[in-house]
Design a protein around this ligand. Structure first.
Ligand code: C2G
Length: 129
């Protein structure tokens, strides 16, 4: 079984998120999502509208996703890759190069971001409509 992992906040779930989850799942047989906790988001300088439990409920319901684990820190990825026997790490190419250190442990794939949509744009449009 080819195991894939990707990470993110996945707030205001949108087609960009679905596109990356679908393409990530297409690369293997089992997709794990490392979902940023609310506390970790604060260190990322992000405050999600939906809390971790609600974002997990939504991600768990997406057919491309097989498993959701909490993302507590920047530093857990090597441990996650080893612990979960990951073959391929996937992120959008806004992160290109940032996680190349994982190449020592698994394949690293950066996929083109979906243009024209982002959680922050949705948040801003919601708040200002
Ligand atoms: N994404 C995308 N297209 C968009 C928006 C997001 O492909 N229009 C991708 C991002 O590249 C990322 C994933 O969707 O791979 C999740 O995006 P975010 O929820 O914004 O996650 P981020 O804040 O980038 O956190 O350790 C990694 C971090 O947790 C990533």
């Amino acid at each position: 079984m080819k195991k894939i992992i990707t990470y993110g906040t996945f707030d205001f779930i949108h087609r960009g998120h679905i596109n990356i989850l679908r393409r990530a799942q297409d690369l293997g047989d089992h997709l794990i999502v490392g979902l940023s906790t609310d506390k970790f988001n604060m260190t990322k300088g992000k405050q999600a509208y939906h809390n971790y439990e609600d974002r997990k409920l939504i991600i768990d319901a997406i057919s491309y996703v097989d498993q959701v684990i909490p993302e507590y820190t920047w530093d857990q990825k090597i441990t996650d890759v080893i612990t979960h026997d990951i073959d391929t790490f996937v992120m959008g190419d806004d992160w290109k190069g940032e996680f190349d250190f994982l190449k020592a442990y698994c394949e690293v794939v950066y996929l083109p971001r979906t243009k024209g949509i982002s959680s922050s744009a949705i948040r801003n449009s919601r708040l200002h409509s």
